[in-house]
Design a protein around this ligand. Structure first.
Ligand SMILES: [Zn+2]
Length: 241
């Protein structure tokens, strides 16, 4: 039955022109229903039907923005924890980012324009996963582009009004540490406003055809956040298995 379901899913994928993605069987996939998880959610960023869905709980973005404020002048960040779900009615897995574990300063080498993550940072993330006890996975990472600081450092250059990009160094971190097809990277940067002020911008990057590109994400509705934080969709899911 399961084999049949797998074949049927592949046929659906091929019929719709989706790129097949191998999901190792040992991956802890939870049963979930995408339509229920994105009910009331906001979609942010560029849409591409080939991307698997990535959902963020509101507090993950709030924590990232707070971290950005605490470290205004250097590239800081953290590791994104979350759950992977399988919805039998859609061909892809989907990811729900549930928490941000900030890098400890001693676990990174950060400057205004670079960020190096040491192996101790990954050990700290594993410890956090254990401590939280929710069976989360490290699904990606977050870092900041302090472009207001970049601009102040070099008044000769054009204002860096929008730093929503992924640098070569960022791609290096992604390749070395998050090569999995479902991995995602959140970038928090500043966007210059017409009135001279600044707004916080959240951008998500992920893999598409062996390259890291900006991709869209769902911001989960507040009323579903607590349920999804625990990795539970039992009251909103009908998996049929
Ligand atoms: Zn960067």
């Amino acid at each position: 039955m399961e084999a049949y379901a797998g074949r049927a899913e592949r046929e659906v994928e091929e019929a719709q022109g989706f790129v097949l993605r191998e999901v190792p069987r040992e991956l802890p996939l939870r049963p979930g229903r995408l339509a229920a998880a994105v009910a009331g959610a906001s979609f942010i960023g560029p849409a591409d039907g080939h991307d698997f869905p990535v959902l963020f709980l509101p507090e993950v973005l709030l924590d990232a923005a707070e971290l950005r404020v605490r470290h205004p002048d250097i590239e800081s960040g953290g590791i994104l924890l979350g759950h992977l779900y399988h919805d039998p009615s859609v061909p892809e897995v989907f990811a729900v980012m549930t928490a941000l574990v900030p890098f400890r300063p001693e676990h990174t080498e950060a400057t205004a324009a670079s960020l190096r993550i040491t192996p101790e940072a990954w050990m700290a993330a594993s410890a956090a996963i254990e401590l939280r006890g929710r069976g989360e996975l490290a699904l990606g990472w977050e870092h900041h582009h302090p472009n207001r600081a970049w601009q102040a450092d070099d008044a000769e250059t054009d204002p860096v009004g929008d730093a929503a990009f992924f640098s070569g160094a960022d791609v290096g971190v992604m390749t070395a540490t998050f090569p999995q097809p479902w991995a995602a990277a959140l970038v928090v940067s500043d966007t210059a406003l017409a009135d001279g002020g600044w707004a916080t911008r959240f951008s998500v990057f992920g893999w598409r055809e062996a390259a890291v590109v900006e991709r869209g994400f769902h911001l989960v509705a507040e009323e579903l956040a607590a349920t999804l934080a625990m990795g539970e969709m039992s009251h909103v899911t009908t998996t049929g298995t």
